[in-house]
Design a protein around this ligand. Structure first.
Ligand code: ZN
Ligand code: ZN
Length: 422
C-alpha cells in the first residue's frame, strides 16, 4: 500500500516554499518593527494546559485536540493554538516580575482534528503575537494596527476589521442576565447545543454557527449597552487610537468571545472573496487568562493569523512578487577531466554567497546548457583547457548571450554586477 500524508496535512514542496518564506519574513519583520520578539515553545504540552487555557467547554478542547498518552502515561496534546503555551511559559519563567510590557510573537504549526476544507487543515500554521503586563488601550490599538500592517505588506488591502468590546467580568454579569431573560421565551427554537448552554453561557449562543439560533434571537440586547464606565472608556480609547491612524472598522455586536477570561477588546479581520472562511485572523484582550492558568492577575492581549487563509487570499491576487526567484550561476566543465576544477570554482562562488550549481547527472555539454537554462541560470561559466592553463573563465550571460573572458580574481565581482543588473 502506498503511504500518503495523513488526512488534513500536506507537503509544502520547494516550488511553494518560497511563498511561505516570504510571508513569514514579512510577519517577523513587521512584528520586530513594533518591538515584539520571537518566542518558540514546544509543539506539545500537558493536556491540562489547554483545558484551562483554551477552555474545557470550547469545541477546540472538547472535540478537536490531538491528545495522547506518552510512554509514561502522561496525557499530552499537540498544541491547537499558540496563546496557552505563551502564558504557560510566562508563568513558568516568572517573567511577570521583570520588564513590562512583555511583547512576543510566534509562528508555526498548530493541530486540530477538524473537518478539512478549503483553507482549513488538521496541521495548519499560525502567526501570532501576545503582549502581557499592560492594560493600556493604545496597546490594543497597536496590536490591531500591527495585524493590519502585516496584511497590507502582503499586498492584502481589501480587508474588513470587525471590532467590539466584551466588557469585564463585572459588566458581563449584568449583560448575561439580560441575555438569558431575553432568550428564555425562545429557548425551544435554539439548536440542541444552545438549549443547554444558553443558561450557563448565553454569549456563546451569539456566535453559534447554526443559522436557526440567529433567527431565533434576532433583536437581542447588545453588550455595548451594558458596558461599565471603565470598559466604555477603554473601548473609546481603542477606537481613538485606530482613528488617529485612519483605520476604519465595523463595530460588530456579534463578536463576543464566550469565555470568562476574555475582556474588553475583541477583533477579527475578514477578507471578502476567499469563500465562507473569510476570517483570516483575530484576537483580543484576555486579562483573566494568566490567572486562569495558575499565574498572577496579569493582563494580556494578542492576535493570531492563519497562514493558509492568507495564502488563499494572496493566490487570489495573483501577485508576481511571490514567484520564486531561483536564478543561479552554472559551472560547466568542457570535459570530464575538468570536473575537479569546476568543483573548486563552484565552492568558491558559494562561499561568496552566490547561488551556484553544476551537473551531477553525467550530461553532455549541450545537455548541460539546456539544463542550466531550465533551472534559471543567468550565467554559465565554461571551463576548458585554455581557461585552466591561463587562469581565466569564459562567462556567458544567458540573457544577452554575450560571452566574455573573466580573470579568476575578478570572477565574483563580475558575476555580482551581472546578477544585480537584472
Ligand atoms: Zn466592565
Ligand atoms: Zn445554536
Amino acid at each position: 500500500m502506498q503511504i500518503k500524508a495523513p488526512r488534513g496535512t500536506y507537503d509544502i514542496l520547494p516550488d511553494d516554499s518560497g511563498k511561505w518564506q516570504f510571508i513569514e519574513k514579512i510577519m517577523k519583520e513587521t512584528a520586530e518593527a513594533y518591538a515584539f520578539r520571537e518566542v518558540r515553545t514546544p509543539l506539545f504540552e500537558h493536556t491540562e494546559l489547554f483545558e484551562r487555557g483554551v477552555g474545557e467547554t470550547t469545541d477546540i478542547v472538547s472535540k478537536e485536540m490531538y491528545t495522547f498518552n506518552d510512554r509514561a502515561a502522561r496525557s499530552l496534546t499537540l498544541r491547537p493554538e499558540g496563546t496557552a503555551s505563551c502564558v504557560r511559559s510566562l508563568i513558568e519563567h516568572r517573567l511577570y516580575g521583570g520588564l513590562m510590557p512583555i511583547k512576543w510573537y510566534y509562528c508555526g504549526p498548530m493541530f486540530r482534528y477538524d473537518r478539512p476544507q478549503a483553507g482549513r487543515y488538521r496541521q495548519f500554521h499560525q502567526f501570532g503575537v501576545e503582549a502581557f503586563g499592560s492594560n493600556n488601550p493604545y496597546l490594543d490599538a497597536e496590536i490591531i494596527i500591527l495585524m493590519l500592517e502585516i496584511l497590507s505588506r502582503l499586498g492584502l488591502n481589501e480587508y474588513e476589521l470587525h471590532l467590539n468590546s466584551v466588557g469585564c467580568p463585572e459588566c458581563r454579569k449584568e449583560y448575561r442576565q439580560k441575555l438569558i431573560a431575553f432568550m428564555e421565551p425562545f429557548k425551544k427554537q435554539l439548536c440542541k447545543d444552545c438549549q443547554l448552554r444558553y443558561i450557563l453561557n448565553p454569549l456563546r449562543v451569539l456566535d453559534c454557527k447554526n443559522e436557526l439560533c440567529h433567527t431565533a434571537i434576532a433583536g437581542y440586547p447588545v453588550i455595548s449597552d451594558s458596558l461599565c464606565d471603565n470598559c466604555r472608556e477603554h473601548y473609546a480609547q481603542v477606537k481613538a487610537g485606530l482613528e488617529a491612524n485612519s483605520i476604519s472598522f465595523i463595530h460588530d455586536d456579534k463578536l463576543v468571545r464566550g469565555l470568562d477570561y476574555y475582556s474588553n477588546t475583541a477583533f477579527e479581520v475578514h477578507i471578502p472573496g476567499i469563500g465562507a472562511q473569510s476570517a483570516v485572523g483575530g484576537g483580543g484582550r484576555y486579562n483573566g487568562l494568566v490567572k486562569e492558568c495558575g499565574g498572577p492577575d496579569f493582563p494580556g492581549i494578542g492576535f493570531a493569523l492563519g497562514l493558509e487563509r492568507l495564502l488563499l487570499a494572496m493566490d487570489a491576487l495573483n501577485d508576481k512578487q511571490l514567484e520564486n526567484d531561483y536564478s543561479c550561476v552554472f559551472v560547466l566543465p568542457m570535459k570530464k577531466d575538468f570536473e575537479a576544477d569546476a568543483f573548486k570554482i563552484l565552492s568558491h562562488l558559494r562561499r561568496a554567497g552566490i547561488r551556484a550549481e553544476k551537473d551531477y547527472m553525467g550530461r553532455s555539454t549541450k545537455a548541460q546548457l539546456k539544463y542550466a537554462d531550465k533551472i534559471g541560470a543567468r550565467v554559465v561559466l565554461f571551463i576548458g583547457e585554455e581557461e585552466i592553463q591561463q587562469g581565466f573563465l569564459t562567462l556567458r550571460n544567458m540573457e544577452s548571450k554575450e560571452q566574455l573572458r573573466v580573470e579568476n580574481n575578478e570572477l565574483v565581482n563580475t558575476i555580482n554586477n551581472i546578477l544585480h543588473k537584472f
